[in-house]
Design a protein around this ligand. Structure first.
Ligand SMILES: Nc1ncnc2c1ncn2[C@@H]1O[C@H](COP(=O)(O)OP(=O)(O)O)[C@@H](O)[C@H]1O
Ligand SMILES: [Mg+2]
Length: 254
């Protein structure tokens, strides 16, 4: 469903992503792993339309390469960022509703006068927020100020907000970073729930237990190049992956 074809990103001489071609299949959890600086986040930025690059990006056969950032959400691309961005002084409901705003086609006129069109769309956004909160298991928190919640829940709000735009694929950049073990378990369950909704999950993650537990497929980057790709159990035994990233411990575990 998501296809990268010969993607290269150069930052003033540095080749951050080097002729990367890969495909994320529909309905799977696909992880992108590799050492710090391997180019993982840059790959997400390419898909989001945030960096200049060579090569092409396709989603369900549609060439997104020239589509502007803010329009890509209309094609079914959802994303949460490495650093949680939530509005601490808004409650959870309002944080989620903000994720729906790209679909709100009303203008300032409608908003100021609270026209029927405005009210109807706000209502739709609210219903969607309740649905997503229920799915992610944060419905009881809808009225709570986001900034007062533990970090693990703020992360879930961030992910839930990305789901508000009804994406076909959601990209999560190190969602387990900074989470406790219990929060990571919770996150793992939520990723399964998202997958069960038929939403494809493209995941960057360092927590290898999480990656091995939930991934259908893993792509390994090193110095911008794909060095391996396959099922988790294949990846952990791959000599080059062990050398560049995992060390010997994981091949012994599985
Ligand atoms: N905007 C940028 N300008 C210059 N260099 C960048 C920029 N973004 C990333 N890089 C460099 O590109 C390489 C890949 O970075 P990144 O994609 O963030 O790696 P990862 O997410 O795998 O840790 C790194 O060497 C990083 O310093
Ligand atoms: Mg990164």
């Amino acid at each position: 469903m998501l296809k990268l074809n010969g993607v290269t990103v150069k930052f003033s001489g540095l080749v951050a992503v080097d002729n990367l071609s890969m495909e994320v299949e529909s309905g799977t959890v696909h992880s992108l792993i590799g050492p710090n600086g391997a180019g993982k986040t840059t790959v997400f930025n390419v898909i989001s339309g945030l960096v200049k690059h060579e090569g092409r990006v396709y989603l369900d056969g549609v060439d997104l390469t020239e589509v502007p950032v803010h329009k890509r959400v209309d094609y079914g691309l959802g994303r949460s960022f490495q650093n949680v961005i939530i509005y601490k002084y808004l409650n959870v409901l309002n944080n989620l509703m903000l994720g729906y705003h790209h679909r709100l086609t009303y203008g300032l006129f409608d908003e100021l006068l609270e026209t029927p069109k405005y009210s109807a769309l706000e209502r739709k956004a609210m219903l969607k927020a309740i649905e997503v909160a229920d799915l992610i298991g944060i419905k009881p928190l809808l009225g709570v100020l986001a900034g007062t919640l533990p970090y693990g829940y703020q992360k879930l709000i961030d992910i839930a907000r990305a789901l508000m735009s009804e994406p076909k694929i959601i990209m999560l950049d190190e969602p387990a970073a900074g989470l406790t073990d219990a929060e990571t378990e919770m996150l793992k369950e939520k990723i399964r729930v998202i997958k069960n909704q038929g939403i494809t999950v493209f995941l960057i993650e360092h927590d290898m237990r999480l990656v091995l537990d939930i991934s259908d497929k893993v792509t390994v980057l090193n110095l911008g190049k794909k060095i391996a790709e396959g099922k988790p159990e294949e990846i952990v035994h791959h000599p080059e992956v062990i050398k560049a990233y995992l060390g010997t411990s994981y091949s012994e575990v599985k």
